[in-house]
Design a protein around this ligand. Structure first.
Ligand code: NAP
Length: 260
């Protein structure tokens, strides 16, 4: 299937690592230009170089996305270099463990800045360009918005808001033929996941107990599997799909837990 992404300019936040990296690589493999927006220049450059070596097109933009001006810069630099934006993948974020009891009002607000505000800010600043290309937005959410996890109020609130904004933006942007969808991962092995599991008392045992509960094939989802669905949604092959929240999670969020 030709996804029709040749020459499409797609911004991927957090595109240097993990899920974002897999999305950026696939965008480029499909002939698009991956614009990687992330805070660590070295990480950005490494992924850009790998993509270019493989024959793809990519650039990096250094941006701390919790800062509004950096979000503006990402859009301005993309347009200055390529003259258009065809897609925005809001992906950067981290489960930062700001709990009801363990956190405080300042940490909660900071968590919203790290996990939610830049999704809005980038969509806001990209909007004139997305309207002119009839482009689209894919947000990366989390199962936490549906299931809860405990001790992560800021992250859960952000991911819940992202689900709500998916429907809200899909409605607001109907007149402009700009589609908005969200992909929900549950358990995906990435640098972030590795750091989190290693912060627990018995990482090996915890990992085994999690994977045993993943209904489909008792294994983690790969970043590439998240990327496949995300890039399909970005593409014109999903031209009548909008306002959807898709769970790419091996059934983790919704299937019966009593199944063996
Ligand atoms: P990751 O391995 O940490 O990669 C995320 C990338 O985004 C990193 O390069 C990170 O930079 C960058 N980033 C994060 N916050 C940023 C900010 N404020 N400004 C600029 N760059 C920033 O994470 P991942 O596991 O791929 O997660 C990607 C998305 O999937 C997140 O939204 C996460 O909530 C969601 N998700 C993941 C899982 C999972 O199992 N992995 C499950 C559910 C949802 P640093 O390395 O400097 O932090």
């Amino acid at each position: 299937m030709d996804l029709g992404l040749q020459g499409k300019v797609i911004i991927v936040t957090g595109g240097a690592k993990g899920i974002g990296e897999a999305i950026a690589r696939l965008v480029a493999a499909e002939g698009g230009v991956a614009v990687i927006a992330g805070r660590n220049e070295e990480d950005n450059n490494k992924t850009v170089n790998d993509i270019v070596k493989a024959g793809g097109k990519a650039v990096g933009i250094k941006a701390e996305l919790s800062v509004v001006e950096d979000c503006q810069k990402v859009i301005a630099e993309t347009v200055a270099q390529f003259g258009k934006i065809d897609g925005l993948v809001n992906n950067a974020g981290a489960n930062d463990g700001v709990g009801l009891e363990s956190g405080n009002p300042e940490k909660f607000m900071q968590s919203l800045q790290n996990n939610l505000s830049h999704y809005y800010n980038l969509a806001h600043y990209a909007l004139p360009y997305l309207k002119s290309t009839r482009g689209n937005i894919v947000n990366i959410g989390s199962k936490v918005a549906t299931t809860g996890q405990g001790n992560t109020s800021g992250y859960a609130a952000s991911k819940g808001a992202i689900n709500a904004l998916t429907r809200e933006w899909a409605v607001e942007l109907l007149p402009h033929s700009v589609r908005v969808n969200t992909v929900i991962p549950a358990e995906v092995w990435t640098p972030l996941y590795e750091t989190w599991i290693n912060s627990l008392p018995d990482p090996k045992e915890k990992l085994a107990s999690i994977t045993a509960k993943i209904p489909f094939e008792k294994r983690m989802t790969t970043s590439e599997e998240i990327a496949d669905t995300t890039v399909f949604l970005l593409s014109p092959r999903s031209s009548h799909t909008t306002g959807q929240i898709l769970y790419v999670d091996g059934g983790y969020t919704h299937l019966d837990r009593s199944i063996s």
